[in-house]
Design a protein around this ligand. Structure first.
Ligand code: GLN
Length: 441
């Protein structure tokens, strides 16, 4: 029997962890629906503002639902609200939100991960909750790992992107954050499938929830740069898998080390063009000074309402695409992307899936994040960016706890093989017990 949270409890959680940017306020509304779900703030929806964590979209209320939201509502779900995130998905700690910084369910001095930080916190803190997240370069895996929940990023094209506020169109994927494999089985079929409004969703084969993971490849390259506690916890998990009959094999994937530069060149290139539409005229914050030229009009709105990370990415992305630099950066990054895809395909000839830790460290404290350079922050995505560049489905599950904080591991399957990931999640749950924070209202 589903036990929905009361409004008091939801409010207490939200005040403590800053999960939502906009949510239901009416206690009676919570009685509705056969299940509760939330959507990351970059998925357009009726009833709530959709601001993608950005001040520039303040006040924007879409008159429609994104396809995944529409499908969950049709299934009987009640949308509780929009979850907090890094502005436009730019970040790994949700510290780049324009609407406060969500706090980790296990320790409020630590981050939730990003960019779907609020989504992961919602899944960890609210029993039986389904959180819709979005990943461009790891934004489902990373917060799932830091908050100790299950995060599934489907194959690129499996779930319609219609109604999603684009970050990088060739990379964006809508996925799920929950506590159990059972929820993945229940909700992935609901949000998947062709949608005439998103042509990339039309080529997909039917979803098959079955699949076997008998042999797992662990790339030696994935071990470089892990914190000692993540390395030790991951090794324990590998032993547990072997004890349960899974063949664990060391593999080589040398091009993985190029994935960070390739990802950040491609993602920022696409982001910089996507952000061109926010000029203070069509959506959200309106610049009222109509007596100036259009250049000043747009510049004022963009200078005032974009956060520093959005501005950095506009500069980086514009630079990589410029005549004279394009071949050296953008085109080169596309070549690396192909190299990574080929390397996964070769690895999948002998292995059913590829396994690594999800993040190189446990959720950092906010003071630690404050001391990190931008490059160090980008580098933290070195294990989550490769499957995203390759468009391959991947899953992050808790694989241990260190100092009370969850450690995640990430399994990558060949394109369209979400079934392998879900079977693995079910199998892993059978031998490993997940912990969720005790919630006192
Ligand atoms: N951390 C990565 C970035 O900042 C990935 C974010 C995402 O997947 N939206 O781009």
């Amino acid at each position: 029997m589903t036990s929905f949270p009361t409004m008091d409890r939801l409010q207490a959680l939200d005040e403590r962890h800053l999960i939502f940017c906009d949510r239901l306020e009416d206690p009676l509304a919570l009685e509705q629906g056969s299940f509760h779900f939330s959507a990351k703030d970059n998925l357009c929806s009726r009833d709530f503002q959709t601001r993608s964590g950005s001040r520039i979209l303040n006040g924007y209320r879409p008159p429609f639902d994104a396809t995944p939201i529409k499908r969950l509502r049709e299934m009987g779900g009640l949308l509780l609200g929009k979850t907090n995130m890094d502005e436009f998905g730019f970040g790994s700690f949700s510290t780049n939100s324009g609407y406060g910084v969500p706090r980790n369910p296990f320790d409020t001095q630590r981050c939730c991960g990003g960019s779907s930080g609020g989504a992961a916190a919602a899944a960890a803190l609210i029993p039986e909750h389904l959180a819709l997240g979005v990943s461009t370069g790891g934004s489902i895996s990373c917060p799932a790992s830091f908050c100790g929940v299950v995060g599934l990023t489907p194959t690129y094209g499996r779930v319609s992107r219609w109604g999603l506020i684009d970050y990088g169109n060739s990379l964006d994927k809508v996925g799920l954050l929950t506590r159990t494999a059972h929820d993945l089985e229940r909700y992935l079929p609901a949000i998947s499938g062709p949608d005439p409004k998103d042509p990339t969703s039309l080529v997909q084969p039917p979803l098959d929830l079955r699949g076997d993971v008998g042999t797992i490849g662990v790339p030696a390259e994935a071990r470089a740069g892990l914190s000692p506690e993540v390395a030790a916890t991951f090794d324990e998990a590998l032993k547990e898998l072997s004890r349960n009959g899974v063949k664990v094999r060391e593999v080589r994937m040398p091009s993985l080390r190029f994935s960070i530069p390739a990802y950040y060149v491609l993602a920022t290139s696409e982001a910089s063009t996507n952000l061109a539409r926010y000029c203070g005229m069509r959506y959200g914050e309106m610049n009222e000074e109509f007596d100036q030229g259009f250049n000043d009009f747009f510049t004022d709105a963009r200078s005032e309402h974009f956060g520093p990370e959005a501005k950095r990415r506009i500069l980086l992305g514009t630079y990589s695409r410029m005549v004279g630099f394009r071949d050296r950066y953008y085109v080169k990054a596309l070549q690396v992307r192909q190299l990574i895809i080929d390397e996964y395909r070769r690895t999948f000839e002998d292995c059913d899936a590829v396994l690594t830790p999800t993040m190189p460290f446990v959720a950092p404290r906010f003071d630690e994040i404050g001391r990190m350079s931008t490059l160090e922050m980008y580098q933290a995505d070195f294990l989550t960016s490769p499957p995203n560049l390759a468009g391959m489905p991947h899953l992050s599950v808790p694989c241990g706890y260190s100092g009370g904080m969850p450690v995640g591991m990430q399994l990558v399957a060949p394109q369209w093989n979400e079934g392998r990931l879900i079977s693995f999640a079910r199998f892993w749950e059978g031998s490993f017990h997940y912990r969720f924070p005790e919630v006192t209202a």
